[in-house]
Structure formats: C-alpha cells, structure tokens
Design a protein around this ligand. Structure first.
Ligand code: FAD
Length: 414
C-alpha cells in the first residue's frame, strides 16, 4: 500500500514544528515540506538584534539542518492551491498531490502600503526590526541618534507579534537616557493605529504605566501612510471619532512597521476566508470546507495573537486532529487561543504576557504576570531561543506552555 502523503507548505516556525511532531508520531507517513528559503530565522530575536543584544547571524540557521531526517524537502514555493483536486502547484511548475495538507506560509509584509518607505529603509535613521535586512540597522541608527524625535509606529492589526513595535521604543528610550544630555534634547513618540496601547486589557494597564513613567508620548489611532525621507517627515491618517485627519510628525529616527496580510497565493485561493487568511476552525485548526486541509501559525485565520509561542500551542492540537482525520475519525483536541508576548519594557525587564482567546491571562508561572521582571528578560533572551531551537522545532510535544498546567494569577494590577 502506498504511504499516506502529507504536504506541508511553509517551513518556518509552524511548518518545521508540525513536520517534526508528525514524523515523530508516525514515521511511516510520506511527509513533504515545500519551502523556498535555504535559511531559517528566529524572528522573535530580531527585536534584540535591533537593540544590539544579538547579531543577525545568531538568529539564523541553515534550513536543511532543521528538517527532520525522513522528511522530504522541496526547495520551491507554492504558486497555486487546488483543494478539490488535492494538489499544490509550485513556482517551478511541479504538481504535488497530497492526502492531507498543512498550510503554514506565514504573513506577507506589505511595505509598499506605506508610500516612500520601501526605498527609504536602511538610511537616514529609517529602520525596522521587521525586516531581516534592516534589523541590524536599527541598532546603528539608535547609536547615531543625536536628539530630536525618535518615532516608533505600529500598523493596524493583524500583525505578527503585536507587542514588538513598542518593545523597541522602550529599549531605545533606555539607550537615549544612557547618554549624557541626550534625553534633554529628545522626544520619544509611539504612534499606533490601534485604539489602545495593547489589545489585552490586563497587560495594557501596566504598559500605559511604563510609557507614562518613561515620558513616552503615546498617540493612538495613528496609521502611518507615507514617509518623506528627505524632509524627515512621517504622515499619518488619524481617526478622530467618525472623521479622520492627516498629521505630519517630523522625526530624526523612525522605526516603522508595515501592515501585514496573507500571502497573495493563499489570499486568492479557495482556502482563504473573508480576510484572505486560511479559513480554519478556531479550535480544531481544520479547514471548514476541506477536511483534509489544516493550517496554523501566522497565515491561519485564527483570531489569536500571531506569535511563535502560539505555534507552540497550536502544533500538537493540529497534529492530533490531523492524525485522527487520517484514521477516519474527527479529532477532539482544541486550541484555546494561547499566545505569549514577552513585552520587553527596557534592558533587563520583561512583562511575560500570556493570554488566550478570551483575552484572559494564562500565566505559566505562579507569579503576577503583569509585573516587569528580570527573570522574564532571561526567559526572553536565553531560555525561549533555546526552547525554540532545541525543543519546539525538534517536535517536543509537551511544550504547549513553559510549565504544563500553568500557574495562577495572584494579583493583577491596574
Ligand atoms: C520583529 C519580530 C518580533 C517577534 N517577536 C516575537 C516574540 O517575541 N514572541 C513570539 O512568540 N513571536 C514573535 N514574533 C512572531 C513570530 O516570529 C511568528 O509569529 C512566527 O514566526 C510564525 O511562524 P510561521 O511559521 O507561521 O511563519 P514564518 O516563521 O514567517 O514562516 C513562514 C515560512 O513560509 C515560507 N513561505 C512563504 N511563502 C511560501 C510559499 N508560497 N510556499 C512555500 N513556503 C512559503 C517562508 O519562506 C517561511 O519560511 C516576532 C516576529 C517579528 C518579525
């Protein structure tokens, strides 16, 4: 009998984790991973690349070394999905058949949506930790900053790691305050398209306090639309109740984050839901129209916070339900929307924000999760990267939480 064929599209955090877990659970499956890149990056490390803590190279590994032996790698990209014919066509023209499909292509960064930004990145103090090629430039720009406005922007949701646009603002503020006299001639502005500083109320409260303590000027409902690099001006569309107006903020340093979307090939496929992301059930991660299709990670249409930590919780659920489907049943494992955003609030300080679909805190540790801690900085800087490379990508199934079962919220402030 021919082996059952599993095709995984995308070999990033999600695709590699699922490939490893599936291969461990059922080595007889014929698993193929379709991934065009020969490098794999630990993107959560890019905030610390921009802050001068990691080099970019520390966040990189060869893709080949991460693919479990026994899983076939096709170094190409998906160009079309045909869920009725059960095939995926690659950019190179290959047609790949499957018995079950996992879609894990991640998100597309829409740099072009901000006029003037693509050509401005990487010069004149215009930087972004969301760009592999420019994360290191953020650190250079911060070191070169000599006063004026340091401007940090956040686009409308959904984006990956919704906390990352403000983490770098807090780190930058530390750098500015660390240089004699610089703070007195500088202003830090955080301009976000969202109506508040963070979507989860429990963690928004301490973040507002952090920004106030630092004297950061937080401007909500500000969507960056244009960067005038030569004039050093950023143009925003500002929502004011039912009306909107334009606001121009001059800057000396600009850290910009673009809006994000599902890749075109997914958004235009029959797999897409109304927003362009893969339309899967939010608990089972199974497609709502094509039962042999599953999705997780940033490209899935799940209403959770898009993070690598969420992938850690999603992968075992997806694998259990996919195997149940192959066995002719329907799986009962459910994803609860778990996400974790280590909110760096300065060098040596992190609020470890863990929460679920209901925006309730689900802390792994028996500690108040709303408090800034040095121990959580160590988690972010040292422990989480170790878990990622050595446990998660290798398919260790029990890493749903840092500590299975989690801790208790003793006291939630604010
Ligand atoms: C600056 C920054 C900071 C972050 N901080 C954190 C953090 O602190 N904590 C956290 O948990 N998460 C963080 N994240 C988010 C995290 O990196 C993502 O949520 C995670 O990588 C999602 O995994 P994924 O596999 O869905 O997507 P990705 O890891 O982006 O992988 C997608 C893969 O699909 C491939 N692909 C794309 N198109 C195709 C195609 N057509 N065919 C085949 N393959 C394709 C890509 O080459 C890529 O390898 C951060 C991200 C950034 C950028």
């Amino acid at each position: 009998m021919a082996p059952v064929r599993i095709l995984i599209v995308g070999g990033g955090a999600a695709g590699l984790t699922v490939a490893s877990q599936l291969h461990r659970a059922r080595p007889q499956l014929a698993i193929t991973l379709l991934e065009p890149s020969t490098d794999h990056y630990y993107q959560p490390g890019w905030t610390l690349v921009g802050a001068g803590v990691f080099s970019l190279e520390q966040t990189r590994r060869d893709e080949a070394g991460l693919i479990p032996p026994g899983v076939e790698w096709i170094c190409d990209a998906a160009a079309a999905f045909d869920p009725v014919g059960q095939t995926v066509t690659t950019s190179g023209g290959q047609q790949l058949g499957y018995d079950a499909l996992v879609v894990a292509t991640g998100m597309r960064l829409c740099w072009e949506a901000i006029r003037g930004l693509p050509e401005a990145l990487g010069r004149q103090g215009i930087c972004s930790n969301y760009s592999r090629d420019h994360a290191a430039y953020t650190w250079q720009a911060l070191q070169a900053f000599d006063g004026g406005t340091a401007l940090f922007t956040c686009p409308p949701m959904p984006i990956k790691c919704p906390g990352a646009p403000q983490k770098i603002a807090y780190l930058a503020d530390d750098v500015i305050k660390g240089k004699p006299g610089l703070a007195a001639r500088s202003t830090v502005v955080y301009a976000t398209a969202t109506p508040g500083i963070f979507g989860v109320p429990t963690y928004a409260a301490p973040l507002r306090q952090v920004a106030a303590r630092r004297g950061i000027d937080v401007r909500c409902s500000h969507t960056l639309t244009e960067v005038r690099a030569d004039q050093r001006e950023a143009v925003f569309q500002v929502k004011d109740g039912d009306s909107s107006r334009e606001e121009v903020i001059p800057f000396a340093l600009l850290h910009a984050v673009p809006p994000m979307a599902a890749p075109e090939v997914v958004a235009t496929s029959p797999l897409a839901g109304p927003g362009g992301f893969v339309e899967v059930d939010k608990f089972s991660l199974q497609h709502i129209r094509y039962p042999n299709v599953f999705s997780l990670g940033d490209v899935s249409g799940l209403p959770n916070s898009k993070t690598a930590a969420a992938v850690r919780a999603q992968a075992p659920v997806l694998v259990a339900n996919l195997l149940a489907h192959l066995d002719g049943g329907s799986g009962s494992d459910q994803y609860d929307g778990y996400a974790c955003c280590p909110l760096i609030t300065g060098y040596g300080k992190v609020i470890m924000a863990e929460f679920n679909y209901d925006q309730q805190p689900v802390p792994s540790f028996p500690l108040d999760p709303t408090v800034e801690r040095w121990s959580m900085w160590v988690m972010k800087k040292d422990v989480l990267p170790w878990i990622y490379w050595n446990r998660m990508l290798k398919g260790a199934q029990h890493e749903r939480r840092f500590i299975p079962g989690g801790g208790q919220v003793r006291q939630v402030s604010g």
